[in-house]
Ligand binder design. Sequence first.
Ligand code: ATP
Ligand code: MG
Length: 263
Amino acid sequence: MNTTPHHVVDVSHLSKTFGDGKTAFRALNDVSLQIKQGRFVSVVGPSGCGKSTLMQMISGLVPTTQGNIQIDGKTITGPQPEKIGVVFQDALLLPWKTALENIEFPLSLGDTPVAERQERARNMLKLVGLKDVGHRYPHELSGGMRQRVAIARGLVRNPSLLLMDEPFGALDEQTRTRMWGELLRIHEQSGTTILFITHSLVESVFLADEVLVMASNPGRIIERIEVDLPRPRDLKLLGSERLGNLRNHIWDLIAKPDDEIDA
Ligand SMILES: Nc1ncnc2c1ncn2[C@@H]1O[C@H](COP(=O)(O)OP(=O)(O)OP(=O)(O)O)[C@@H](O)[C@H]1O
Ligand SMILES: [Mg+2]
């Protein structure tokens, strides 16, 4: 039996140009990446290097200029909400729906029977540790709780892939640290493949199996770093020398001026 995990994400020679003629802007140039099932891959790079553009193309929301994107072996031609869950920086919950109803919402777009929808939404609510506050509206939740509702909503259709674009950027340090623990647990329990964009180098290393480091002008991947920290990850790792060294290495790559990068 072949038990090798397959590539959930296979991006090859992807480029993106915005505009045309004199105003044409090459946002991404020749980006290739593969992610095996169940892996947690983070993406770091300077502001404007094309992280969100890359994620939006993988989600099918933004068309590519060149190259190919396959999810589960099939070329992406448009959004696939049943296969790809998305969590953005702002939770973007529907204010007139409760936490539970927000999580259930993506299922109401398909043909899942109501009873099953509600059960799955309740299970997700439990998974993100919010089972007692499902009746609350977004304005009655804390920022961290709203973000957890957004993660639950991203996972409720049991997607092959969860795309997260700086999901914890707006949170205070304590809440963010707690969310790391939550996300690691959710990743372990759900087995979902995750592509995670962040500005925090520590976060990128602490959560992931692999860190993709990007540079700008044009946006591209300059290094792939395998994170060989043991799982399950413990918060104590945050103070470890190994994590510190990886973080410093990434910082050196990002801090280099563009003309010194030869990748
Ligand atoms: N619709 C668009 N039209 C023209 N240019 C765009 C468009 N979307 C993004 N860009 C440009 O493409 C580049 C990459 O943008 P993107 O949002 O992907 O960067 P990012 O790496 O996510 O940055 P940040 O870390 O600040 O979120 C930027 O220079 C941006 O101005
Ligand atoms: Mg961005």
